[in-house]
Design a protein around this ligand. Structure first.
Ligand SMILES: Nc1ncnc2c1ncn2[C@@H]1O[C@H](COP(=O)(O)OP(=O)(O)OP(=O)(O)O)[C@@H](O)[C@H]1O
Length: 398
C-alpha cells in the first residue's frame, strides 16, 4: 500500500527511505543502548550553545538533563537524536558512532512536548505509523499496536482522534507511539509540561514504570527539580552550555558540587568566605574552616582548596536546627548564627521559614516538619539561634 507522507516529520520521511535489510535491522534492533558524548560542542554562528560536553549515560537508565531555561538541555537532546548537527566532538549510541547517521538510523525515538500526534489519524493509525514506516508486516503491526495500547490502558480509544482524548491520554498515546518502534533510547522533551500538577505527578510514576518495564534508556529534558529527582537514575545538571554535575538524585541532594547546583536544586543556604584551615579526616575528606565576613568561622566538609582562597559552603534548609542560645557550640552543631524570622509559609507537611541573619542581613531558609514548627511556638519577628554540623555543611570550591 502506498504511504501517505504528507504529514510526516522529516525524521519519519527519512525512515520511509530505508531500503536495505541492514538499515531495517538496525532500526528494529531491541534492547537498551548507552549513550556517550565526547567533547561535544554546538555553535550557532558565533554563539556557543553547549561546549565540550563529556557524558556517559548507562544502558537501561533514566537520565534527566536538568537546568534553567537556555542552558542547552534541548540542544543536547536534539544532537543525540540527530535532529541537530554537532559542531565538534563525537556521539556514540551503543557501539555505534552516530555523528553522521540520520535520526531514523539511530535506533532512538523522540517524544515531543506537544506530543506531535497526527490530528486527522485515529489513535490506532497514530501508533501504527512508525511501524508502517519501518515496513513491518500487517500481522506484526496489529499485534504490536494492540499490545502497546493495552499496556498504556487505552485500547478502547483506538478509533478516536487525538482531540477526543484528555491531555494525560494524549501523553500516553505519544509514549505508545514512540515505544512501539522498540527504540534503544527514548528521548523525552519536557513530556509532562502540558499537564496540570496532579496529572503530572501521576504520569511521572507511569513514565518511570514503563521505563523499568521495558528496560530502555530514557533521556528526558526538564527544568523541574522535583521531576528530575523523582524519575532519574542519573541527573545531569547544566548551566550556560556546560555540565556542572552528573550524579544520582541522592548524591546531588547530599553533595552538590558547585554553588550553582546547590542553589538550583534546593534552596540551600550558601556562605562565601576565605579558607583559613583544613584538617584531614579518616574518611578521606577534610574539615575546612571558612572565615565568613560578619559570621566568623564556618566549618564544612569536603576537599579543600589552599588556605587564603575564596570558597563557599552550603547547608540544606532541613539540616539547620533551632538551638538554645545558652547551649555552647559542640562538635555536633559547631556552626552557629542568630537570625530573625521574617516569613512563615505552611506548605503541607513541611513549613518553610525565611529568616535574615542578624549579622549581615543574608537571607536564610529553614525547613521543618510542620508538626515541629507548631510545637515550637515561634513566629515572625522573633530572633533565634541556628546551629548545624560541619558534616551537614558541604564545602564548595568557588
Ligand atoms: N537555532 C538556534 N539558533 C541560535 N541559537 C539557538 C538556536 N537554538 C537554541 N539556541 C540558543 O542556544 C541556547 C540553548 O538553547 P536550548 O534550547 O538548548 O536551551 P534549553 O536549556 O533547552 O532551554 P529551555 O528550557 O528554555 O528549552 C539558548 O541560548 C538558545 O537561545
Amino acid at each position: 500500500m502506498a504511504l501517505d507522507v504528507s504529514d510526516m516529520t522529516p525524521a519519519e520521511a527519512q525512515l520511509a527511505q530505508l531500503e536495505t535489510e541492514e538499515d531495517i535491522q538496525h532500526v528494529l534492533a531491541r534492547g537498551a543502548a548507552g549513550v556517550s558524548l565526547r567533547s561535544v560542542t554546538k555553535q550557532y554562528g558565533q554563539f556557543t550553545a553547549v561546549e565540550n560536553l563529556f557524558l556517559d549515560i548507562p544502558p537501561g537508565s533514566y537520565c534527566c538533563l536538568l537546568g534553567p531555561s537556555g542552558c542547552g538541555k534541548t540542544t543536547t537532546l536534539r544532537m543525540i537524536a540527530g535532529h541537530e548537527t554537532i559542531t565538534s566532538g563525537e556521539i556514540h549510541i551503543g557501539d555505534r558512532r552516530v555523528n553522521d547517521l540520520p535520526p531514523a538510523k539511530r535506533n532512538t525515538a523522540m517524544m515531543f512536548q506537544n506530543y506531535a500526534l497526527f490530528p486527522h489519524k485515529t489513535i490506532w493509525q497514530n501508533v501504527e505509523f512508525g511501524l508502517r514506516m519501518r515496513k513491518v508486516s500487517a500481522d506484526e503491526r496489529k499485534q504490536r499496536v494492540g499490545e502497546i495500547l493495552d499496556l498504556v490502558g487505552l485500547s478502547h480509544t483506538s478509533d478516536r482522534k487525538p482531540d477526543q482524548l484528555s491531555g494525560g491520554q494524549q501523553q500516553r498515546i505519544a509514549l505508545a507511539r514512540a515505544l512501539v518502534t522498540r527504540p534503544q533510547v527514548l528521548m523525552l522533551d519536557e513530556p509532562l509540561s502540558a499537564l496540570d500538577e496532579n496529572l503530572r505527578v501521576r504520569m511521572r510514576s507511569e513514565l518511570r514504570n514503563i521505563q523499568k518495564q521495558f528496560g530502555l534508556t530514557f533521556i528526558q529534558v526538564t527544568h523541574h527539580v522535583e521531576e528530575a529527582f523523582s524519575l532519574s537514575d542519573q541527573i545531569v545538571v547544566m548551566d550556560h552550555g556546560h555540565i556542572d554535575q552528573v550524579a544520582t538524585p541522592s548524591e546531588l541532594f547530599d553533595k552538590p558540587a558547585s554553588q550553582f547546583v546547590a542553589k538550583f536544586i534546593g534552596d540551600n543556604n550558601i556562605f562565601v568566605g576565605k579558607v583559613v584551615n583544613a584538617v584531614a579526616e579518616s574518611d578521606g575528606l577534610e574539615t575546612i574552616e571558612l572565615e565568613v565576613e560578619g559570621f566568623g568561622r564556618i566549618f564544612s566538609r569536603g576537599h579543600a582548596v589552599p588556605v587564603g582562597q575564596t570558597a563557599a559552603c552550603s547547608v540544606r534548609p532541613d539540616l539547620l536546627n533551632i538551638v538554645s542560645e545558652a547551649t555552647p557550640p559542640d562538635a555536633m552543631l559547631v556552626n552557629r548564627l542568630t537570625a530573625r524570622i521574617v516569613d512563615v509559609e505552611l506548605t503541607g507537611y513541611v513549613t518553610r521559614v525565611s529568616m535574615l541573619a542578624e549579622a549581615t542581613g543574608q537571607e536564610l531558609l529553614y525547613k521543618v516538619r510542620t508538626v515541629e514548627w507548631s510545637r515550637s511556638g515561634l513566629s515572625e519577628g522573633q530572633v533565634v539561634t541556628l546551629g548545624w554540623s560541619a558534616a551537614d555543611c558541604v564545602f564548595l570550591p568557588y
